[in-house]
Design a protein. Sequence first.
Length: 222
Amino acid sequence: MRVCVVEDEQSLAEMIQLNLELEGYEVLVLRDGEVAQNVFENGIDFDLIILDVMLPGVNGVDLCKIIRKDSIVPVLFLSAKGTTADRIEGLKAGANDYLPKPFDLEELLLRTAILTQNITDESIKIGNFEVNFKTYEVFNKQKEIVASLSKKEVGLIRLFQQRNGEVVSRTEILDKVWGKDQFPTTRTIDNYILNFRKIFEKDPKNPDHFHSVRGVGYKFTQ
């Protein structure tokens, strides 16, 4: 399980790294916003990103927007700016959680565990099929490849996995899978769901897994 910590305060970064490593995480620490931007733009291979808001070079909010262009990796903000308005700004940028400084170490470790626990598997079973998150392939019970998915399709399935049994709005799907700087229509999501139903449902017109919630969005049940 790989965690990236972007924090410019050396003593705090070292404390977070040490304790996460004691919990079994592999940790990369970055101390500068511009360095982090270069890393993220070359591909995100982390299970969680912990971001300080106030960073040299590029601030955490802007980094989160960059991350959301291509990834739904969980993002946890750390910030001395802990007002309601600051938390709302961070969540609107695409963060999953926001922890004001100073924080309790046990709370940080707990939130880290919660944000990473739903993506530890390399695959997910949906009905009689299994999606491999590394190869983007869908297998049937005979282990035969029946479909290949796009990066966005896998991202959408990951989001549904994290929110299993919950209604996810079209707006949230667009923000977390496509990012705020891209402008697909909600019809794009509808087409993805139609394709999922063709692949995974016994009867696409009466789905067991990908449910429409009229006027809101979709609910996935595994």
